[in-house]
Ligand binder design. Structure first.
Ligand SMILES: C[S@@+](CC[C@H](N)C(=O)[O-])C[C@H]1O[C@@H](n2cnc3c(N)ncnc32)[C@H](O)[C@@H]1O
Length: 278
């Protein structure tokens, strides 16, 4: 997600959800390009792919919460997982459907236009769920989403989520140096925060890993969590990365090696959290 400037003006929940939907609809057509996918995004994506494959056997039934254009859903379907792909943006859902057809894996990808606030409309029993790059930061009631995950995921099943974190040192430095002090500290906001994208508004809730886990703790035990892109800059700084890729790759390897350590794992552009259904 390429998050820009914060915008004030709180609105009703339905209006916020509609605004977030319009924001993602507006970028769906080119989301696979530079806006939504680049080397730094793919690096984080690889970590989620690897974690899902480590924690869940091929053939498992998975829910993708906020599937976007379906990059992850199609990757897992190719690896013989069965994916129920959901998203709140109808345009994103169209992209996922088309991508599954093109890849010849439509029989293993079930696509639903469904927000994370509407999971009560989904039926079935699943072995796990994943969510990549922050759809759960758009959930208006994370505890209710957790309760619905508990209804849908079998005991012993696994959740793998990448979530936008609160403490991103690169972001604070980047915007502070440009004099954009409110933007530098936007992740410190409590509650729903309006963040601009493509002249639209995404209503976003930021979390520390422990704040996020608290919503799931009643039904899920914490397996582990780690920082994503703490030493490596966030994806919107990809131009900086491209000037000295081998140097920044070294920082990426520090993330890979030490991102699970106490204190470090509470920071980063995103964090990756793994939980088990009790
Ligand atoms: C940054 S994109 C990530 C998409 C995809 N997971 C990926 O890895 O490319 C965030 C996605 O969350 C979706 N989203 C936003 N609010 C949502 C909600 N309330 N319920 C479900 N999906 C939502 C957006 O439509 C968008 O596709």
């Amino acid at each position: 997600m390429n998050l820009r400037h914060p915008i004030a003006a709180p609105t009703r929940l339905e209006d916020r959800l509609a605004q977030t939907q319009q924001a993602f609809d507006s970028v769906a057509a080119d989301y696979d390009g530079p806006r939504g996918n680049n080397e730094l995004i793919q690096r984080m994506r690889d970590t989620l792919w690897q974690t899902v494959r480590e924690k869940l056997p091929a053939g498992a039934r998975l829910i993708d919460l906020g599937c976007g254009t379906g990059i992850d859903a199609i990757e897992f379907a190719r690896s013989r997982f069965h994916v129920t792909a959901t998203d709140w943006s109808p345009r994103m859902i169209e992209r996922t459907r088309a991508r599954a057809e093109e890849a010849g894996v439509a029989s293993r990808v079930d696509v639903h236009h469904l927000g994370v606030q509407e999971l009560d409309r989904l039926e079935g029993e699943f072995d796990g769920a994943y969510s990549n790059f922050g759809p759960l930061n758009c959930a208006p009631d994370l505890r209710e989403t957790a309760a619905q995950c508990a209804r849908l995921i079998r005991p012993g099943g696994t959740l793998v989520f990448s979530v936008i974190g609160r403490i991103c040192p690169w972001e604070v430095a980047h915007y502070t140096l440009r004099g954009r002090f409110r933007r530098a500290w936007v992740r410190a906001s409590r509650g729903a925060t309006a963040v601009g994208m493509n002249r639209h508004t995404i209503w976003t809730w930021y979390y520390l890993p422990r704040e996020f886990y608290a919503a799931f703790a009643e039904h899920f035990s914490l397996v582990d969590y780690r920082a994503l892109s703490l030493f490596m800059p966030p994806p919107y700084m990809v131009d900086r990365y491209r000037k000295r890729p081998s140097w920044y790759e070294r920082l990426g390897r520090i993330d890979d090696r030490f991102g699970h350590l106490p204190v470090l794992r509470d920071m980063g552009d995103h964090f990756l959290i793994v939980m088990h259904r009790r």
